[in-house]
Design a protein around this ligand. Structure first.
Ligand code: PXP
Length: 305
């Protein structure tokens, strides 16, 4: 049995670096270069989603990431046959299967593993045979988690979007659902990751979820990096995640844990600025107020960026 680490690893999603590049069909900013900087700042894995519509990450980005990053590539993908064939050729360290709709702004809710059971029962073992750790992105729903175990997934990634979008009592309820889901997944022999909608203000409770091995975080880190640079944006998130390790309790102001040593940039990531002050400056609060309004009026609670 795998013993989960005392704190989850931080995997950074680089999709939205490519979103900026694709806005102008330019060659920059380069998500691969950004990913390498993120690794140096403490990312323990890099996540990228090759969408069917290629709205951000392109095929060449994924191939370059696979070649050039020093940590692990987590390839987010739909069940589309073209994308599955790409993943089988790529042989990434890990894959995370997600639902994908052409009109969605981003992944909306977890995969319906119950409905897709027959397809998943074929694709999951194929990907696993090519050496990938296979994860299914699911809502914290026991039926979905049981189905994930039945189709042979190694991991579930618990969808934290509803938790991230909720406030007050509703958020507590979502957190309780996530705790129950993480415990249930572990009981079924599944390993547990989590992600979506996480930011500098809401990440700690998720980093403390039982059995969670990896957090996948993208938008909030990329957005903050526009103000602070990659090193600080990733470093601050890495420090927050590491702060839940009971062995580190009381250790303040230490440099980024797990930072890759690709030269001197890996050192001295800490600025000592409290995260609460910087979240205002980073645009996280603005994102909340604007995006929340549209979320409550529009798509379901599961709809996230
Ligand atoms: N996990 C999954 C399965 C996702 O689809 C995404 C978004 O691409 C993320 C995590 C990261 O979400 P965010 O960009 O909101 O941090």
């Amino acid at each position: 049995m795998t013993i989960p680490p005392p704190m989850p690893n931080l995997h950074v999603n680089v999709d939205h670096v490519a979103t900026v590049r694709q806005a102008r069909r330019e060659l920059f900013p380069d998500p691969v270069q950004w990913a390498i900087a993120a690794e140096m700042a403490g990312a323990q894995g890099i996540t990228a989603h090759l969408r069917m519509d290629r709205r951000h990450i392109q095929d060449a980005d994924v191939k370059e990431l696979q070649k050039r990053i020093a940590t692990k590539l987590n390839f987010e993908m739909s069940l589309d046959p073209e994308i599955v064939a790409f993943a089988l050729r790529l042989r990434p360290h890990a894959v995370c299967l997600v639902p994908e709709g052409r009109k969605e702004v981003t992944t909306e809710g977890g995969l319906d593993v119950v409905r897709e059971r027959a397809r998943l029962a074929k694709v999951v073992p194929k990907l696993a045979r090519r050496g990938a750790e296979v994860s299914l992105f699911v809502d914290p729903d026991l039926e979905q988690i049981e189905a994930a175990a039945l189709v042979g997934a190694e991991f579930v990634e618990l969808h934290t979007g509803c938790y991230a979008n909720a406030t007050g009592k509703a958020r507590e309820k979502e957190l309780a659902r996530l705790v129950t889901a993480a415990e249930a997944a572990h009981e079924l022999g599944l390993r547990v990751n989590a992600g979506h909608g996480l930011d500098y203000d809401n990440v700690l409770a998720i980093a403390r979820l039982p059995h969670v091995e990896e957090l996948n975080i993208g938008f909030a880190i990329v957005a903050r990096s526009l103000f602070t640079g990659v090193e600080e944006a990733v470093g601050e998130m890495a420090r927050l995640v590491a702060s839940v390790d009971p062995r580190r309790a009381g250790a303040r102001g230490s440099s980024t844990p797990g930072a890759r040593t690709r030269g001197s940039r890996a050192r001295g990531a800490s600025t000592g600025i409290p995260s609460t002050r910087r979240s205002g400056a980073s645009g996280t609060s603005a994102r909340r107020s604007t995006a929340k309004g549209s979320r409550s009026s529009g798509r379901s609670g599961a709809s996230v960026r």
